[in-house]
Structure formats: C-alpha cells, structure tokens
Design a protein around this ligand. Structure first.
Ligand code: DLL
Length: 432
C-alpha cells in the first residue's frame, strides 16, 4: 500500500531532501542568530557564527539546546517571532518548573497539520474516513495535532478528546469511526471495553494511530487482533511541534521522520559526539521550517536508532526506531510526562523528607502509579483514619502537580529498603 499525502516530498530523492535541508538550515541559523538573543549567545560562547554553517555537514558545530535551556528561557526567550505573529501555544504536562511552552504562527500550524496528515494518509486515511481523535485536547499536542491532520486529509473528524469511554463507544458505533487516534494504552482499554460489551461487530475501525508513549510489538498485535485493525506508531514532542515529527508506514518497521522540516541526528548522550547511522544513541532535532519557535539541535533524551534502508512503502525519509528508553529520568505514565523530582517536591513540601519509592506498573494495559512514602518520627501515626487523611492529602497534592492520579501508601519510618549505592526510587514493572 503506497498512500502519500505529499508524494513529491515523501518520496523525494536523498539528494533533493539534502538540498532542502542545506538551504533551510542556513536560512534558519541566520534567522535564529538575528532574532533569538538566547541562542545567539550560546553560539558566540561556542565561537560559531552563521557564516560557519554552510550545509548539514556543519550542523555539529552548533550548540545543543536542552529542556534546561527551555526552562531558563521560559516563557518567551526562544521565540524568533514577535507575539503578534503567533496564534497558538501548546505545552507539556508538568509543573511550572518543568513546563515547556511552544509557540506557533499560523504557518507553523499549517505545516504541523500537514505532518499529521502524512501520518493519517500513511495509515490508509482518505476523505471518506471518520477519524476518531481521543488524544487529549487543550495544551497537550496530541488532540490538536491529529485534529488538524484529519481536517487536511478531509476526514470527518470526531474531536472526542480523552476519557468518558461510554461516549467514545457510542460515537464510534453510531458514526462508524474508521480511524482511531489515541495513546496505545487507551486503545488497548477501548479494545477490551468493546469486547466486554459485545460491540466487536458494530465497529468499523480499520486503522489506529497510536503514540505519545512507549508500546511493545506484543501490545500492537494484541490491539490489532482485538480491534481487527492495523495499528501504526506516531512520534513527536511538544518542543518540536507535537505528533507527526515521525510516523509509521505500512511496513511497520520504524517511523519516517519528516526530514523536509526536521533534521535528525543521533548523539552519544555522555559526550555529545555525533554517531554514525545505525548506532544507538540520543535523538537530536533541528527545526528548519519553524517560524515562531525554531529549536536548533534540541536534545530529545529519547534513545533510538536511525536507518536509511530503503522502505517498501516508497518513502525516502530516514526512519527512527521506536524510542528504546530515555537518557534522563522522565517517566511517561498514561501519556503524561512525569519527573521523579516533581513527586519529591510534593513530598518535601508536605513534610515527608524521608524515604520514598515510585512504583509504576501496567494493569489491563493501563499504567498505574503508586508512591510509597515513609512517615517520619514527627508525623507518624498509627490511627488508620489519620493515615487515610494524610494519604488523601498527598493524593490531591500529587494530582495537582502531575495531572494524574497516584495511589499513595504511607508506611512506617525506616521500612523502605535502603540501598548501598544510589537510592532506588523508581521501580518500573511495565514490560514494554
Ligand atoms: O507526546 C506528542 C505526541 C502526541 C506524540 C500524540 C504522538 C502522539 P510530549 O507530551 O511533549 O509530546 O512528549 C514527548 O513522549 O520525547 C517521547 O519520550 C514520548 N513519545 C512520544 N511519542 C512516542 C512514541 C507528545 N510513539 C515525549 N513512542 C517524547 C514512544 C513516545 N515514546
């Protein structure tokens, strides 16, 4: 199956892609130098000027950007356009400290929508489809991104957002949804609900576009079998636009990166050295067409491998493997980015300076988060109702910090095992 949204771009020769990248990179570096004092300073510190960047071969000379830079420059410090030219922000989940805010001009939104449209068409989408989007809408990029892509393709778009499974299933059966867009764990949950309710014969789904969190090949097969669909992976991050930075085609052996918009590199996360194709390392992106928020050499912290092996779908853009982990401690729980430091902040603020452990699991294809917290000699209680109340307070503080429910279990002082080296704070039992 060879479905393309922009065939001349998606199947362009390597030489043509490289030509676009060279031209756009040179222009973007100059643009950032002229309009983003924060990055210009970083370039000056590294002794690089726009004259040093003549093609993609010179990319390695540019300084990296990290989430810390985004935090330091928050909120406007990395913008390359005045606010009057911007029409939208999107943001990642997380605390004020960790929040990432990305800005978009209308042109940025149009290009982002096109990237998502490429993903939908690669999954077999046409203007005859009913595209059921239950990624979250709002600040999260999932809903707005796939929504925009679905409009571009001309699908009938159901902007469902997440949650309310009864309503999801009612619309899915009544309106005959054919493409499902959501996180893989929600897809698995919907699949189970469909089977439990005997609705399998009433659904018309043919494809799913699932991403925003890690999922295994087993999970893919399970969802495909239960729903009778083909399940496609989609990847992206708020900083670089959102979903659609890369997407899977019918070959299902990695995700094509939209190289006319994003230059991908793989680096050694320890040394920053650029690694040759095929080696595993940290993925770094340079946005070459973004107007409002053009990040150069942004370190994603996602560990993966790139390949240029020819693909049976006919697309020529480089493919990335599924992310195999991260080079920082960020956890993705129910599609929400969670840093252990956020949990620690809540515990410290509420008077729990002792030991704690974060236990993540996947039960019935849905992530669970439990935080075990030691009471201190000062706040120790053996009254069940008092402990209950203390736990409830922590649950609500964590909910407002993280945006998701975390079960809290208070335990007696000194009961969580101490390790001899680094504290083992995170136990991730998910098999993904
Ligand atoms: O998760 C964007 C998105 C929305 C992608 C909908 C796909 C579908 P953030 O919230 O900024 O953006 O989180 C970005 O999520 O650095 C990865 O670690 C992880 N991630 C995203 N897609 C995948 C995927 C959206 N397909 C972070 N597989 C990224 C594994 C993924 N991890």
């Amino acid at each position: 199956m060879s479905n393309y949204y922009q065939p001349e771009i998606e199947t362009a020769s390597h030489e043509q892609i490289r030509k676009w990248q060279d031209e756009r990179l040179v222009k973007q570096v100059k643009n950032v130098w002229d309009n983003v004092p924060y990055y210009r300073k970083k370039m000056e510190e590294k002794g690089v000027t726009p004259d040093d960047i003549k093609s993609v071969d010179d990319l390695y000379k540019l300084p990296f950007l990290t989430k810390d830079d985004l935090r330091e420059a928050y909120p406007y410090g990395l913008m390359a356009r005045p606010l009057k030219d911007c029409v939208r922000i999107q943001s990642t989940s997380g605390t004020t400290g960790r929040r990432v805010v990305a800005f978009y001009t209308q042109h940025d939104i149009d290009l982002w929508d096109e990237c998502c449209a490429r993903a939908i068409v690669a999954a077999g989408g046409t203007n005859e489809d009913v595209c059921h989007v239950c990624y979250g809408y709002g600040l999260f990029t999932g809903g707005p991104g796939l929504n925009g892509g679905s409009h571009k393709v001309g699908c009938l778009t159901l902007p469902m957002s997440s949650g309310n499974t009864d309503r999801q299933l009612q619309f899915m059966t009544d309106l005959g949804s054919t493409i499902l867009c959501c996180t893989p764990s929600y897809a698995a949950y919907l699949a189970e609900s469909i089977i439990e309710r005997g609705l399998r014969d009433k659904i018309k789904l043919k494809a799913g576009i699932f991403g925003a969190e890690a999922w295994s090949e087993n999970m893919r097969r399970d969802i495909e079998e239960k729903l009778g669909i083909k399940a496609y992976d989609i990847y992206g991050l708020t900083e670089i636009s959102g979903p659609g930075v890369s997407f899977e085609c019918s070959e299902q052996t990695g995700m094509h990166i939209n190289e006319d918009h994003f230059i991908a590199e793989i680096i050694n996360p320890e040394t920053g050295e650029v690694l040759p194709e095929g080696e595993k390392g940290e993925l770094v992106f340079t946005s070459i067409t973004k107007e409002a928020f053009p990040l150069l050499r942004y370190r994603t912290r996602d560990i993966c491998v790139l390949t240029r092996k020819p693909c049976s779908c006919g697309r020529t853009h480089v493919k990335m493997s599924k992310p195999m982990g991260r080079s920082d401690d960020m956890l993705i729980i129910k599609g929400v980015n969670v840093f252990p430091s956020q949990i620690e902040t809540v515990l410290l603020e509420r008077g729990y300076p002792a030991n704690y452990q974060i236990i993540v699991d996947r039960v019935n294809n849905s992530d669970t988060l439990e935080v075990q917290v030691e009471m201190t000699a000062e706040n120790f209680s053996d009254s069940l109702s008092k402990i209950n109340e203390m736990e409830k307070n922590l649950v609500s503080a964590l909910k407002s910090m993280l945006g998701i429910y975390a079960k809290v279990k208070l335990v007696a002082p000194k009961t969580i095992a101490r390790s001899e080296g680094k504290a083992v704070r995170i136990i991730d039992n998910r098999k993904i």
